[in-house]
Design a protein around this ligand. Structure first.
Ligand code: ZN
Length: 343
């Protein structure tokens, strides 16, 4: 007779008593505690995953609450770091597991320490530059990770298993230019879409942990508004820079913590920072302005785009450099840059 708090989960034939033990012994890192990470973390905590490391650089704001299910108005009022707010809530959900909150910008200087001592990593990030880094570090450390992304009413997820299957770079060889891809800040997002992606990531995490034969090997994409679901079988690219050749698009050593700081320069006005892109960029400001018009005041003159709304205020040059105004600190300036400009 199976009893106790996990009884219903353990009774499920895909898990069983052996699976339950593996879940309690499992160590998982979640990179990014926004719409995906916060939902997946709650599910894995409830499922009894023994160790959860939650990494996030940002703090809770009122505009997060419609989709980031762990957080409260009180968290937003206090501007608590997401990792700290999440840790408190997760500990209240399950006091039997170990939760390690990390308030940090996941970057090349620190990425490996968050990845090497866990069994599995969940992608809760909001930009491809960080995902490229995650893809490379997980490849280097031989750790499976679960890609997730959501925008509008659409979502996508895929397991990167390090077992001969494709990696992220097999599917996306080149890092998109800043502004090339829409972001949640420019297109909006429904919490239901991100919650489904997070649930899919969490269930795949359980399958990987228990060693299920049912682990998904395809790219799943859905659109909740247009009622579409798509499964694509992806193949490994033998010429892939990361899993094929072991070469990286980003500099081999990447940006150190110091260089990350250098990328963001405080300007003389209080709360104003210049943020540079990590790679050379050329942005079509007119096209980008059209995308931003929906969500704030935009003007541009061919050389410079100015944007203002309640959450963000910045000027963007066509080389990808941005002047971010009214940011709390340098990390927040980089966060606004990632959210609105897309890198
Ligand atoms: Zn690859």
């Amino acid at each position: 007779m199976i009893t106790g708090r996990y009884a219903r989960q353990t009774m499920f034939e895909g898990i069983g008593c052996e699976g339950a033990e593996r879940i309690h012994a499992a160590r998982v890192s979640i990179i990014g505690m926004g719409a995906l990470g916060s939902v997946a973390a709650a599910q894995l905590a409830r499922a009894g995953v023994g160790f959860l490391r939650i990494v996030d650089r940002d703090f809770v704001e009122l505009g997060n609450l419609h989709r980031q299910a762990l957080y409260t108005e009180e968290n937003a009022g206090k501007q608590l770091p997401k990792a700290i707010a999440a840790c408190g809530r997760l500990a209240a959900i399950n006091s039997e597991i170990v939760i390690e909150p990390v308030v940090a910008d996941f970057c090349r200087a620190n990425a490996e320490e968050f990845v090497r001592d866990v069994d599995l990593i969940l992608d809760g990030t909001d930009n491809f530059e960080t995902r490229f880094l995650l893809n490379e570090i997980c490849r280097k450390c031989g750790k499976p990770w679960i890609y997730g992304g959501a925008i509008g009413a659409t979502g996508a997820t895929m397991n990167i298993l390090q077992d001969g299957g494709p990696c992220l770079r097999c599917m996306m060889p080149v890092l998109p230019m800043p502004g090339e891809y829409p972001t949640c800040a420019t297109e909006g997002i429904l919490g239901m879409a991100s919650s489904i992606v997070a649930s899919a990531q969490a269930v795949e995490a359980l399958k990987i942990i228990v060693g299920s034969p049912n682990i998904s090997r395809s790219f799943l994409r859905f659109d909740l508004w247009d009622n579409e679901v798509m499964r694509l079988d992806m193949v490994r690219d033998p010429d892939c820079a990361v899993c094929g050749k072991g070469e990286y698009e980003l500099p081999p050593q990447g940006l150190t913590e110091g260089e990350e700081e250098e990328r963001t320069i405080p300007l003389c006005a209080d709360g104003t920072f210049q943020v540079s892109p990590k790679q050379r960029a050329r942005i079509d400001l007119a096209a980008f302005a059209v995308r931003l018009e929906e969500i704030g005041m935009v003007s541009h003159n061919g050389y410079l785009l100015r944007f203002d709304n309640e959450e963000a205020s910045f000027s963007l040059f066509d080389d990808g450099r941005a002047i971010i105004r009214d940011a709390k600190d340098a990390a927040k300036a980089r966060s606004i840059y990632a959210e609105y400009i897309g890198l």
